[in-house]
Design a protein around this ligand. Sequence first.
Ligand SMILES: Cc1cc2nc3c(=O)[nH]c(=O)nc-3n(C[C@H](O)[C@H](O)[C@H](O)COP(=O)(O)O)c2cc1C
Length: 361
Amino acid sequence: MDEAVDESRANACQSTISVSNVPHFEAPLEIGNLKLSGRLLLAPMAGYTDTAFRQIAKQFGAAMVVTEMVSARALLEANPKTYQLLSFTELERPIGVQLFGGDPEVMGEASKKVMDQIHPDVLDVNFGCPVGKILKCDAGASVLKEPQRAGKIVKAMIQATQNQVPVTVKTRAGFDKFDNAVFEVLQSVQEAGASALTIHARTRNQMFEGQANWDIIAKLKQQSRIPIIGNGDVQSAQNAYRLFQETHCDGIMIGRGSMGNPWIFKEINEYLEKGVCQFEISKKFQLNVALSHLKSAVQIKGMPMGLMEMRKHLTHYLRGFQGARELRQSILTSMDLHWIIQTLEQFIEKMPDHQFEETLC
Ligand SMILES: Cc1cc2nc3c(=O)[nH]c(=O)nc-3n(C[C@H](O)[C@H](O)[C@H](O)COP(=O)(O)O)c2cc1C
């Protein structure tokens, strides 16, 4: 590890906060009638947050997870791939199923089908996806151009499912600029009966560029009667604390900060609960998490799919230690699962133990 990184980590771990400064952190987050065990949620990330990853995030303290987004229309057409994306285990509860679609009727019917067949704890609507082909079907962030439609969709979902579970929404801070659209979306979904709103604090046009604008989260929180979950650029316990502190948001959703780093939930929870960052986790332990993630992904998805899909996770896990580059180069180009597991096990075996060694729960 280079000296600069070493130093910033040491500084980070010395910082102490007063827990009472964190708004409402002691009380659990309530989404409708659902009481969560904490205030940190794993963000839905298509291609990443599958059942294997969600289980790991839960083990490290994510209070709720959400499936990758699925098309409401594909659900109604009973597309088997769509159903695969929605499969989850009891370990992952409470879990939200995220749907995308632009037609209130289709969203209502799909929600009913999900409730009848899959029984999640929350139904979430994707009003934030910036991708062209999603916008073309009037879904994702396109609702920011027509905020009233957001409420119509939420209303149709609540009616179709007879209020069985909370309906929540996830959106962005604007379409092409920071204007009033997101506040109109909030008002429209609030009136329709939505139970929470997650805000990824970038506009649709920003995609994932630039810094998330947390001021928008603070302003939404001021105007909202429902919980506001802040999202965008949370990568450490310290900036999670800053997001709570600066915006008074009710919860935080973490996406990219959890890639190859699912223990971030434990780090943040400890920091916010104890007021000091004592949690440190050895590289050896991190690689053991990567190994068990790999085994679980292959067990669930089989070969070669499980291994292929793990490569992007392994790229994130295999960083920041001596020999990481060589290990990545050999492991990420092989299709021999037995050899990969053996190579990782041998590498881990040779790594020095660490005073903060833990076992995976
Ligand atoms: C690879 C990838 C896939 C994503 N897929 C989804 C998705 O299916 N549904 C959704 O609402 N947001 C999706 N997002 C957006 C994230 O949930 C989150 O809002 C965004 O990454 C900002 O949070 P972060 O800075 O913590 O990553 C995705 C993001 C990434 C990087």
